[in-house]
Write a new protein. Sequence first.
Lengths: 250, 250
Amino acid sequence: MSASVTSRALNLLGAFDPDHRSLTLSDLARRAGMPIATAHRLVGELHRWGALARLDSGEYVIGRRLWDLGLLAPVQAGLRQAASPFLHDLYGATLATVHLAVRDGTEALYIDRLSGHVSVPVVSKIGSRLPMHATGVGKVLLAYGPDQVLAEVLGNLTRVTAYTITQPARLLEQIRRVRADGYATTGEEMSLGACSVAVPVRGPGGEVVAALGIVVPELRRDKARLVAALRVAAQGITRTLTDSASAQWK
Amino acid sequence: MSASVTSRALNLLGAFDPDHRSLTLSDLARRAGMPIATAHRLVGELHRWGALARLDSGEYVIGRRLWDLGLLAPVQAGLRQAASPFLHDLYGATLATVHLAVRDGTEALYIDRLSGHVSVPVVSKIGSRLPMHATGVGKVLLAYGPDQVLAEVLGNLTRVTAYTITQPARLLEQIRRVRADGYATTGEEMSLGACSVAVPVRGPGGEVVAALGIVVPELRRDKARLVAALRVAAQGITRTLTDSASAQWK
DNA sequence: TCCGGGTTTCCGTTGAATGGAAGGCAAGTA
DNA sequence: TACTTGCCTTCCATTCAACGGAAACCCGGA
């Protein structure tokens, strides 16, 4: 019942995560749960192909070849590219950290982030996953995603800060409001001193493909203005996606 | 002498390129040079793991999992992220299409691109490779790259437009000037009606890690202004890279 | 010098990858 | 309706490459 060669090699790649961008051979073997000798051989092949690169220190990192491939992923790459100018506009208009996220299973995956020139303490690296129930973009993705996912998330509300919503009923109530209002907010539910607003981003067919959010230290009476700015940006992204959708596929 | 399982699976992934972002099973098998039955199994595994996704049409595209991994590639992803705000500034200052490229073998790989809101005819998709000798960023990468690469490129100057430089001596002369001046230009050498200016982007250690360029319809007396703007951006990127280099590795 | 951590090589065993062949399926054609 | 064509999928007997324990190796530190 042991896994196939290919999937084992892939699991080696899966050992990388936002907090572990470089790993030693033994780390990789440990994380992928295989003998070092085996990992050594597989890593060798991955390296030879360019999926992994080796630092001077001997540690391995994701190689250029995979980065290239990532660029070829039609959905995310297209989305990122379409969204890029609008993220900038949004930053210009609000001077807040801007996030673009999609749903990945029961978590929110951050696919782009713009914090401008100011070096903000990194809350969310690109490529990282954050819980749905404690972030603005997460709540949006939850509200417009499959019910099954919502159910699953409701069953597992882990506490992050003192303000994190951990009662299913309360979260459900909020999700309903998100659906009604078309935007979500958080208040220090993920990290103290950080509030957020987020809106859905729709694809050409009207389906929600991503969430666009901004993080601000405090959600004063600005809320209406921020929501308006977010909506303009989200609509712009949708328009770009629609335009390119017709031209895209040959 | 047949290749290992892993490398065959990887070759399947390598079948994708900027012009073929979606492929059928048979396409993949053909391009990777293996029997369909074998490709079927391997593709199945890649799909199961999330390296490939399947469209409604039955075609396969690069899956989310690989996109994620791409985000984790320290060099390119870090570079892209560091460069992002400066690309926007540059666009704001020049309203020209902005390119960020790195060297990949003997070609220039475009890792980011910003054409603002205007829907410009796509010259260069992100992830595509363009020849060194006919692009601004290419000439920069050539000028600051290994001599061996330069020699190789000089030996194979394919014509693209009527203005493409195809005489090794002339290109070499230009490369020398790039090294002296610190910037490169092109005039309709890659596509008619498009001129470009590019400068090197240096890493923390002073080594050239990428090239930053802009494309304009015409290179009038603006050149000095454009070069200045490019340099400001390139230096900004370097500074960001330097700042994060210290914090980056834990 | 010896130790402990990693890495690399070796090689006999074995079980998983292989791919030809045949069966499906859907669209286009007579 | 029957025939063709071009896909995708399943099957399974053969075989050959993956496996991983063991031992050597390398290197920095005590």
